[in-house]
Design a protein around this ligand. Structure first.
Ligand SMILES: [Zn+2]
Length: 241
């Protein structure tokens, strides 16, 4: 019997390692997803800057067109000025010319402003592209490392499962079923040591006679928490250190 309980303890250790490996394996796709989201957001930033620059260029093109049209109109006004028959009409045409010249001056200022905007837009786009490219490379490398780690964990897991099967095959079915049932309940360790004459899981005191039986290898299930209480290397009776 002592053998079966020790095997159960051994299996519990293997199960703990399986749990850890499994948690690490779960962590990998989670980390990958974080990288993917980060890259998607940086790509979106890049595309936003690209659209922004296109809008600036489009607006700049329209302003230039507007200026050209105004220049054409100004030239027409100047031609017409010579044809004006009355002082009044002449003055009115001068007014038109002044208005057109003012408009062209304003458009010139706008064109220069848009040149600066375009320069800044190009810088912003380049910066966004650099960030995106740099992180794409970095994420690619990290992805390779993670894939490698996943492979190692997978192999490790297969070995652990084989080890587990070997141990399980040597344990009595009833005991094994009970173990699996307790483990499935998800209360952490199923097999605990006797600690100072108490259950190592819930710290409930165990009658001295029962404690002696446990030390002799009797199977005991704690009536309070339902765990197997066994005699381990660091186990002790009540009053002992
Ligand atoms: Zn207990």
């Amino acid at each position: 019997m002592i053998n079966d309980l020790m095997k159960l303890l051994l299996m519990q250790e293997v199960d703990s390692r399986i749990d850890r490996a499994s948690a690490e394996m779960d962590e990998i796709p989670r980390e990958k997803l974080i990288h993917e989201r980060e890259l998607a957001s940086q790509k979106a930033d890049y595309e936003k800057e690209k659209r922004n620059l296109e809008e600036i260029r489009e607006s700049s093109r329209k302003t230039t067109e507007n200026k050209e049209a105004s220049e054409k109109m100004l030239a027409e006004f100047k031609n017409k000025l010579l044809e004006m028959k009355t002082n009044e009409a002449y003055r009115a045409m001068l007014g038109q010319i002044g208005f057109a010249e003012k408009k062209i001056g304003d458009l010139d200022i706008q064109i220069i402003e848009k040149m600066y905007e375009e320069e800044q837009g190009e810088k912003d786009l380049e910066e966004a592209m650099k960030i995106w490219e740099r992180n794409t490379k970095r994420a690619g490398k990290r992805q390779e490392i993670l894939d490698g780690q996943f492979e190692v964990l997978k192999e490790n897991m297969e070995e652990l499962m084989t080890e587990r099967e070997e141990i399980a095959s040597g344990i009595g079915k009833r005991l094994l079923d009970k173990y699996e049932q307790l483990r499935a309940a998800g209360r952490g360790l199923v097999v605990v040591g006797l600690q100072k004459g108490a259950c190592g899981g819930c710290l409930t005191n165990i009658p001295p006679q029962t404690a002696v039986e446990i030390s002799q290898g009797e199977t005991f299930i704690c009536p309070i928490c339902g765990r197997f209480v066994v005699w381990k290397d660091d186990s002790s009776m009540a009053g002992e250190k």
